[in-house]
Write a new protein. Structure first.
Length: 378
């Protein structure tokens, strides 16, 4: 049997560019090369698609350097012919176009805007090319935390209390300081309890997220909204939930499959034991291996773990999920479970929850990649 040829997309225009690069490195190093022929296609930060750039298989975060897709001496621009579909991938060689050959499927290992938000998914739909992951609607809705909450609430799934702001209304010249009283009034009207988490609606990997702890401090609140607005004009202010963040890996590799859910896992923030008031920020996720570790299954009663799995599957279905997603929940001390967010292309780095959760549930990393790809092949 001939190998199926799989384009692995990585990089991209989003802030999560380096994390996509590391995720792709992990996928390319683990993919079953007896079954698949991977075709790495990098996307630069300004949106250029290339082949034959720096080999991503050698990238890691161990040295603290953030990798980046760049145009090198040997790289070639990728040109797409939408009308040719799976045969529409070309590399530009001077004035000539060289076919990259028939492409059986695409694995878009892209995080954040311009990759995880339905844009690439829509392009591949137009080309009629099979791809791993959620479709256009789920990708777009789950990239936007505001609309994720709207869909989940409509399905009867509890979500954290919060409000959504349009930062375009505020005075950027004062870094929103002149709007502090108005923002505070909106928080008070919604009866949100502190601490608050202020976050951009359409960004991932904890970019632009600020914890606001001082009740009634309009200046602190305005500064947090301004920081979030650097990433998106739509800004969420959410009530901090007293509870544990428990994450589930959801898998529905074939169209129409009933979602399967891993054992729930938990990111344990190790420095909290040292008295550090820490939350799961970008450094804790990716650059500081001493900041946290993954525990699967989470240290909770089995009955609670099963309820988390049920709610994760229900949330995945509510947003029309497909392929894979990581569903992040809160479990409060009194046993209430609510969904925080849904990541439709969760991280695949060596310390990421999604592959670790499936590995602990009995599905090793390489087999997981194989199932995801084979599920959408024609």
């Amino acid at each position: 049997m001939s190998k199926k040829r799989i384009v692995v997309l990585y990089g991209g225009r989003a802030d999560e560019h380096p994390i996509s690069c590391i995720s792709a490195a992990s996928v390319l190093n683990a993919i079953d090369t007896d079954r698949f022929e991977p075709i790495p296609v990098g996307i630069t930060k300004d949106g250029k698609w290339i082949v034959n750039g720096e080999d991503p298989r050698g990238w890691s975060l161990d040295n603290g350097v953030m990798p980046e897709v760049t145009i090198t001496e040997g790289s070639k621009m990728v040109v797409l012919d939408v009308a040719l579909g799976q045969d529409g991938f070309f590399a530009q060689n001077g004035n000539e176009l060289e076919s990259l050959g028939h492409v059986d499927a695409v694995f878009p290992v892209l995080h954040g805007p311009y990759g995880e938000d339905g844009t690439v998914q829509g392009l591949l739909e137009m080309m009629d090319v099979p791809y791993v992951g959620c479709g256009v609607l789920a990708s777009a809705a789950c990239m936007d935390k505001h609309y994720t909450k709207v869909l989940l609430a409509a399905a009867g799934i509890p979500v954290a209390p919060g409000i959504t702001l349009d930062a375009r209304e505020f005075d950027a010249a004062t870094e929103f300081a002149s709007n502090g009283a108005d923002i505070l009034a909106r928080v008070q009207a919604a009866n949100l309890k502190y601490p608050l988490f202020v976050k951009p609606s359409r960004a991932g990997s904890s970019f632009g997220v600020t914890k606001v702890e001082h009740e009634g401090d309009a200046a602190e609140l305005a500064a947090a909204v301004y920081e979030a607005s650097k990433h998106d004009w739509r800004v969420l202010i959410e009530q901090g939930i007293e509870g544990r963040e428990i994450e589930c890996a959801v898998l529905a590799a074939k169209p129409g499959d009933k979602p399967r859910v891993s054992w729930p896992g938990e990111i344990v923030l190790d420095r909290r034991n040292e008295g550090d008031d820490q939350f799961y920020d970008f450094d804790s996720k990716y650059t500081d291996a001493q900041a946290s570790h993954v525990e699967v299954p989470a240290n909770l009663p089995k009955e609670t773990l099963e309820r988390v799995r049920e709610i994760a599957a229900k949330g995945f279905t509510a947003v029309d999920g497909a392929g894979l997603s990581r569903v992040d929940t809160f479990v409060t001390p009194d046993g209430e479970i609510m969904i925080n967010e849904i990541n439709t292309m969760p991280g695949f780095t060596s310390i990421s929850m999604y592959p670790k959760a499936w590995d602990a549930t009995g599905l090793p990393y390489t087999d997981l990649i194989t199932e995801l790809i084979e599920g959408i092949l024609r």
